[in-house]
Write a protein that binds this ligand. Structure first.
Ligand code: GBH
Length: 481
């Protein structure tokens, strides 16, 4: 059929609307009969949602939980939006059964959650708190009873406050190893998928170098590099401890927000540049973990400030993983260059579009390139998108519904590009949407909403947004539409 003029199109819509209102069946409107492309994901692809302990649990002082650095930080005036804290958050500590039902209603197969280290070890080490562990038994049991597989992150930034020196001390990665062993021993019969740390750069650099996250320090380069080293060492000791204390078949990985470099133009030279940038741009974190040593370029660049490495550190850090989890939100564009690095990073133009959080620039192809760059560089067995999602200015309408069409736009576009990665054979096995529900967004407090469920923080009422309904369809069809 020919292309309808705008006027004819308007008329056709008016006619079909009127007919629909009158209950008249019309033949299917024949616009846009292009080639129908299937966007089905591979069979067995896992769909899930993600949250993190401090962002959703609340119950900050319940049943013997010790404080974490985020309790201290959020209670320090001026550190978070309007002085907001995770004291209550989504109150999932008491409402976890309701939250499991939200998951079940969407039909997810998996749920990525984290454990509060200081709930289990109030002092960070030493004496464990049985009541803290019990809570996680209850949550995990509830998930399993509802057919949902837990993917458990051991550490999502909530460092026990009692650990002296925090991540400046080598004692902290050691304590993390002991905590990981304990969790493996006690939950390993029920939980078969673990992630050690979430986003190393956030609890190291943002906490100790940039200062906008707990504990809010601005260390010089040398000590800040040592903090990074302690972070990746914790990951490594955690992997070793989980291996030694869980049944065989347990899958262990981590969740990293590696910088995703997107080639400015999809040509061989820029694709190569994106790969080089991925390796060097993530040098102190994912690259060192997956290669088992610091890249020579990184060590040379840091010179006297390079981290001090002790015997056995790199062996632990380079422990083989069952999967790599990638938290992907935004792109960083890169182009080929004749200089010694072979690439140059493009600054984002000031007009670059973003979601409700200014940092959350929109470039849905980043999810494809994230998977592809990591796959081609390091050939991990499996990749999971451990987080992807966005903030939007959600406001309930007169009927109390939240029509977050912008979030649906963001998610649909990212999943379309993730589908491309799966279609091309990259080993992406699952996707966790951040987040199940609005929650404590760290320094942004409750001012930024990332959930597919709207949370009224006064009443704790959860309401599925349009995006939750949309995601339910995606899961049911295993296809993005
Ligand atoms: C993830 O971090 C976290 O894992 C999760 O807990 C969080 O809720 C989610 O994303 C949404 O933010 O305001 O300029 O200082 C994503 C990476 C790193 C993005 C810190 C925001 C702060 C930038 N985040 N960054 S700025």
């Amino acid at each position: 059929m020919g292309i309808l003029s705008r006027r004819e199109f308007g008329k056709a819509v008016a006619v079909s609307t009127a007919a629909a209102l009158a209950g008249v069946a019309l033949p299917k409107f024949a616009l846009g009969q292009g080639k129908v492309v299937s966007r089905e994901f591979p069979k067995g692809f896992l769909w899930g949602c993600a949250t993190a302990a401090y962002q959703v649990e609340g119950g900050a002082k319940d049943d013997g939980r010790g404080p974490s650095l985020w309790d201290t930080f959020s209670h320090t005036p001026g550190k978070t939006h309007d002085g907001e804290t995770g004291d209550v958050a989504d109150d999932s500590y008491h409402r976890y059964k309701e939250d499991v039902q939200l998951l079940k209603a969407m039909g997810v197969q998996t749920y990525r959650m984290s454990l509060s280290w200081s709930r289990i070890f109030p002092e960070g080490k030493g004496q464990a708190n049985a009541k803290g562990l019990d809570y996680y038994h209850r949550v995990v049991d509830e998930l399993l009873a509802n057919g949902i597989t837990p993917y458990v992150t051991l550490f999502h930034w909530d460092t026990p406050a009692a650990l002296e020196g925090g991540w400046q001390s080598r004692e902290t990665p050691k304590a993390f190893g002991e905590y990981a062993a304990y969790v493996g021993k006690h939950l390993g019969d029920k939980v078969h998928h673990f992630m050690t740390t979430n986003e190393l750069v956030c609890f190291t650099d943002l906490g100790y170098r940039e200062g906008q996250f707990a504990p809010g320090l601005k260390l010089a380069n040398g000590p800040a590099n040592q903090v990074r080293h302690n972070g990746i060492l914790a990951h490594g000791l955690g992997v070793q401890a989980l291996r030694a204390n869980t049944p065989s078949g347990t899958e262990v990985g981590l969740a990293e927000n590696a910088i995703v470099f997107v080639p400015v133009i999809e040509t061989e030279e820029h694709i190569k540049a994106a790969q080089k940038a991925t390796r060097l741009g993530n040098a102190p974190f994912l690259t060192t973990i997956l290669e088992g040593k610091y890249p020579a370029e990184y060590l040379a660049h840091e010179g006297a400030d390079a981290p001090k490495v002790e015997d056995g550190d790199l062996k632990a850090i380079g422990s083989p993983l069952d999967f790599v989890g990638l938290n992907i939100y935004t792109p960083t564009y890169v182009r080929a260059d004749d200089g010694p690095m072979g690439f140059v990073v493009e600054p984002a133009p000031t007009s670059y579009p973003h979601m409700a959080s200014p940092w959350l620039t929109i470039g849905p192809e980043c999810i494809y390139w994230g998977v592809r760059n990591v796959s081609e560089l390091w050939k991990p067995k499996e990749i999971f998108i451990t987080e992807n999602g966005c903030s939007s200015d959600d406001v309930p309408n007169a009927a109390g519904q939240i029509e977050d069409t912008d979030r649906v736009m963001y998610l649909r576009n990212h999943l379309t590009h993730l589908h491309r990665a799966a279609e091309e054979g990259y080993p992406v096995k699952g996707y966790f949407l951040w987040s199940l529900m609005d929650n404590f967004e760290w320094a942004d407090g409750y001012s930024k909403r990332f959930g597919v469920h709207y949370v009224d923080f006064k009443t704790q009422k959860r309401t599925p947004k349009l995006s939750a309904k949309w995601y339910t369809q995606v899961i049911a069809k295993n296809s993005v539409e």
